[in-house]
Write a protein that binds this ligand. Sequence first.
Ligand SMILES: *Cc1c(COP(=O)(O)O)cnc(C)c1O
Ligand code: SF4
Length: 345
Amino acid sequence: MITRSSALLQRPTPATQPLPVQARWQTQLARAIRDPRELCRRLGLDEAWHGGAERGHALFEVRVPEAYLARIRPHDPADPLLRQVLPLGEETEVTPGYVADPLAEAEHTPAKGLIHKYAGRVLLIASPACAVNCRYCFRRHFPYEENAPSRAQWEASLDYLREDATIREAILSGGDPLAANDRRLAWLVERLGAIPHLKRLRIHTRLPVVIPDRIDDALLDWLGGTRLQTVMVLHINHAQEIDEAVVAACRRLREAGVTLLNQSVLLRGINDDVDALAALSERLFEAGILPYYLHVLDPVAGAAHFDVNDDDARTLVAALREVLPGFLMPRLVREIPGEASKTPL
Ligand SMILES: *Cc1c(COP(=O)(O)O)cnc(C)c1O
Ligand code: SF4
């Protein structure tokens, strides 16, 4: 078994010292690479990549923690993990139909940081920050860093949830909700658990994948301690993202009673072939995670180069169905503003 520390040792001469793998997740997050040139250097990408990386970074800053970097093959500009985090000059291109707020979420916010779009489910923005900045993200144009929820904002959201007995599920989202500290999350989840009509707590997060050490005792305390049924929807786009540390984090989550699901985004040049998608489903299941959604890209400005058109997406999924058992098939969906659910393709 290749451990993460030996993977770090195999890296080309790093510009900065790799972190000891034992560093707390907060430290790992704080020390994430935020300089596009350093990212290129660390991965052995030549000068040709630097200009584009800087132009993309000016629009949406680079953020890549060491634990994620360690899973990227150096000297390979086509690496499927690298392509998710390396800014490219293409991001500055203007493409008709690609806009800043493709989901028009501003229309569904009865309280600040709360989105109630679908029956029975309410989404709370629990943290504005993310552990990694994914280049295709539909949130790339939001000034999220300025909008960390305050105590008063939480109280208003909790009031909203208490007053509507049709709500059965609270969804923590972001940003990445697990970028918030455990004290804050424990406080919130305790109050959610005290709302009688709530049945489920769902957390949409990429942190257990990006920094697996995030799944620590402090987190398992509040997550394993709530009376609510707990579901975690991870966000993994490629099998190569699931290393042994991710598998171990998932094991701890399942032992705490958490149901693990995964959503992916279909991304050109990253996972838009049958072999990659089949390997992802198989690897997810090995880690105890069931595939849930495969999203087509939201048309966000700066991400058009990742788009896979609908016909190709349908053809891919049909071919995938021929090689996978039904329970490993993600549902191919699109988010259309104004619809009552995600829309199957
Ligand atoms: C995607 C989403 C949900 C959850 O939808 P499911 O189909 O239940 O996974 C809930 N609220 C909002 C605002 C969403 O975007
Ligand atoms: S919200 Fe998710 S997809 Fe977007 S940058 Fe954060 S982790 Fe990546």
